[in-house]
Design a protein. Structure first.
Length: 130
């Protein structure tokens, strides 16, 4: 996707789970997003968007919010079921993705199917909605 398309606010929305920086933990990592933020703002925000066809749920907090009980017990289980999440009758469709954190680098190396199978499907699905 070109930078022009990525930054086209009429076609792409990047919506955080929290709407403020939650601070850092003792190891210097970000704290989890504050729970009240998504509960308070996401409903109104998504209702105001003209048409949402596909949600890329990046990370465990976004997956928990958008997939609910359909989310797996852990990242591995959720990601292995990515096809089922994508093909459910839910509207908008939800595509789970791991958080782009250095903490997930080991997971990505242990799961070459992510790059071989999931990323091409992600490109196709994003292409369809754009």
């Amino acid at each position: 996707m070109s930078p022009e398309l990525f930054y086209d606010e009429a076609r792409i929305a990047i919506i955080p789970m929290g709407f403020c920086f939650p601070g850092q933990d003792a190891k210097g990592g970000d704290l989890p997003p504050r729970r009240e933020c998504a509960a308070r703002w996401h409903g109104d925000l998504f209702a105001a968007l003209p048409q949402v066809d596909l949600i890329l749920a990046v990370g465990a907090y976004a997956q928990a919010f958008h997939l609910g009980a359909a989310r797996g017990k852990n990242l591995q289980e959720t990601m292995l079921n990515w096809r089922a999440h994508l093909t459910t009758a839910r509207t908008p469709r939800v595509f789970p993705l791991p958080h782009p954190s250095w903490r997930n680098n080991a997971w990505l190396k242990k799961n070459p199917w992510f790059e071989a199978d999931l990323l091409p499907a992600l490109r196709r699905e994003v292409g369809k909605v754009l």
